[in-house]
Design a protein around this ligand. Structure first.
Ligand code: PEP
Ligand code: MG
Length: 600
């Protein structure tokens, strides 16, 4: 790919012989803004395999270097095998078979023999020998026209990548070589991949898979990257190096735009950026309705690096720290001390503003390789979030201890995700009491009183049992993303049902209302931290339902604040009452949009 200089960031590659025709594709716009840049196909990103010739004298040393890398791979797989044993039933069995197969491949198999032979006869370095051998084995398997065997090709390649990573010492790091102003196009981006995107380098993204409330979409919003997901046919015929436009509001991807289209979008982009800059003026004013109700606006964050944008947006605290992102893109698990140091830095930088640390919510569409979780047929209904934490007490204890220790450096709350039963909260509370005792014995400083322990209300059963849960919780955080997903049985990350995902369904609204009222009855604080909190369309309704604390992606704080400052709470409450009497989502949307447009 032609390297693009900073002043030349919208120039497509010069090598394209015939300029490709303009093509407009549609999907779900999940993060607003307009990006104009150079396409980078994520799937074409090969693992970098160094290749060089070996002098005869180096052959034995190279074989020893390979043996060491294979031995290390054996230890890594053994670690995964240990974790797999802790899993239940079919999942353990499935992963067990795969890992056994890896171990066999690592010990005297054709792969190992082939790599040795290539080092000896081709006289190439071990990385190149692995790549060549894997390619040859894969070609053989693919030719067998047996779907089971050709699926094993992926496993062989996976093991090959592990060996190459061990040899080069380089961890998996995609997006290392990008044109400036890159537009990332991919079949699918995992939340962990998306967390690696640097907004200074990347202008926007689009994928074939993924729904509006997937964690990939949430991550794109947090990073302020215009994004369109669920774009059918996106990867057909696109070339890295060509020009593309992402329109994150309209949900459009325009490949190879004509000059006049480009000009129009440059104009739209300038306008969008002007609007966003104008809103930053609201940073230091309070979020108060016209009739004087004070609303707390906090930020959701995934990565500690987001603290600067949280402060720049004028957030009053961090209402949701998705701690699972600390576990992603690495093969090991961060221990208590490492978590403590990351959190201490974050809490210190928040300078007295509250920080709500959520315990691990891995599972569903978020995975962390170090944890070796195997997803069942229904990952969102499986060993996710608090269920995982309670099944791996060492993980929970380390997280609780890190959270408790940082409470000495600023106001901290601890939040438990995906709680469905009172028993789960009792178990977490007991674990926390034990950790407190251990830390006290060691004389570790902690806040007094200790950090409040909250429940995320995101399972319909938890919302319906909110009165009982309120007895066991110091606060509630309503997670409308999952609450909508589980109430309507719609996978929030699945683009094929994205059009059915609707937080304005009366059932979802009733669950929000019921939870908010249960919190008020129990006199515990309640906040909404799902994506609706950051969409000004929903603000009047949430406030009308009694919510006074919203937590959202930092980039949305200014627009929500603007909405609050233009709103009358008494009128919003009246409108919410009318809305709650409706049984039809379309009518609800009409009533809400009408109110937002000024009808009273
Ligand atoms: C939610 O479910 O609304 C929520 C805030 O949690 P997450 O998006 O991380 O699942
Ligand atoms: Mg959730």
């Amino acid at each position: 790919m032609k390297p693009i200089t900073p002043g030349d960031t919208e120039t497509p590659r010069a090598t394209a012989a015939v300029p490709a025709a303009e093509l407009t594709l549609e999907g779900t716009g999940v993060s607003r803004g307009i990006a104009i840049g150079i396409i980078h196909r994520h799937d074409a990103e090969a693992v970098r395999v160094p290749e060089y010739k070996l002098p005869l004298a180096r052959v034995e040393a190279e074989k020893a270097r390979f043996a060491e890398a294979a031995e290390r791979a054996g230890r890594q797989v053994a670690q995964l095998q240990m974790k797999a044993e802790g899993l239940d039933g079919a999942a353990a069995e499935e992963l067990g078979y795969l890992l056994d197969a890896y171990q066999q491949m690592l010990h005297g198999s054709r792969l190992i023999r082939g790599v040795h032979r290539r080092i000896e006869t081709d006289r190439v370095n071990a990385e190149a020998a692995v790549q060549r051998e894997i390619d040859e084995i894969a070609r053989g398997f693919e030719a067998m026209e047996d779907s089971y065997l050709s699926a094993r090709v992926a496993d062989i390649r996976d093991l090959g990548r592990r060996l190459i990573r061990n040899l080069t010492g380089a961890p998996y790091r995609p997006f290392q070589v990008l044109p400036k102003n890159a537009i990332i196009l991919a079949e699918e981006l995992t939340p962990a991949d998306t967390a690696l995107l640097d907004p200074k380098q990347v202008a926007g993204l689009a994928t074939v898979l993924g729904g509006a409330e997937s964690h990939t979409a949430i991550m794109a919003r947090s990073l302020g990257l215009p994004a369109v997901l669920g774009v059918a046919g996106l990867m057909r015929g696109v070339r890295s190096g060509d020009l593309a436009i992402i329109d994150g509001r309209a949900g459009k991807v325009i490949l190879n735009p004509r000059p006049e289209v480009l000009e129009t979008y440059r104009h739209h982009r300038a306008e969008f950026l002007r609007g966003r800059r104008a809103l930053t003026r609201l940073k230091d004013v309070a979020a108060v309705t016209k009739d004087g109700a004070r609303i707390q606006l906090q930020a959701n964050i995934e990565l500690p690096g987001e603290v600067d944008s949280v402060l720049a947006a004028g957030a009053e605290g961090i209402g949701l720290l998705r701690s699972e992102f600390l576990f992603m893109n690495r093969e090991d698990i961060p221990g208590e001390d490492e978590q403590f140091h990351i959190l201490k830095d974050l809490v210190t930088r928040m300078a007295g503003r509250p920080v709500t640390i959520r315990t691990l919510d891995v599972g569903g569409d978020k995975l962390a390789q170090g944890l070796g979780i195997v997803t069942g047929a229904n990952p969102s209904l499986g060993l996710r979030a608090v269920r995982l934490s309670l099944s791996r007490p060492e993980l929970l204890d380390a997280q609780l201890a890190a959270g408790l220790r940082v409470s000495a450096y600023g106001p901290v709350k601890i939040l438990v995700p995906l709680v469905a039963t009172v028993e789960e909260m009792r178990a977490v509370r007991e674990a926390m009491d034990n950790v407190v005792k251990r830390l006290k014995r060691k004389g570790v400083p902690m806040s007094d009183p200790l950090p409040p322990l909250g429940v995320m209300i995101e399972v319909p059963g938890a919302a319906l049992a909110a009165d009982a849960l309120a007895w066991h919780a110091d606060f509630f955080a309503i997670g409308t993303n999952d609450l909508t997903q589980y109430t309507l049985a719609i996978d929030r990350a699945d683009e094929s049902v994205a059009h059915l995902y609707n937080p304005l369904h009366p059932a979802v609204l009733r669950l929000i209302q019921f939870s908010a009222e249960a919190a008020l009855r129990a006199r515990i604080p309640v906040c909404v931290c799902g994506e609706v909190a950051g969409d000004p369309r929903f603000t009047a309704l949430l406030l009308g339902l009694g919510i006074r604390d919203l937590s959202m992606s930092a980039t949305n704080i200014p627009v929500v604040k603007q909405r609050i400052r233009a709103m009358d709470l008494v009128a919003a409450t009246r409108r919410a009452r009318v809305i709650m009497d409706q049984s039809d989502s379309a009518r609800i949307a009409q009533l809400l949009d009408g109110f937002n447009e000024g009808e009273d």
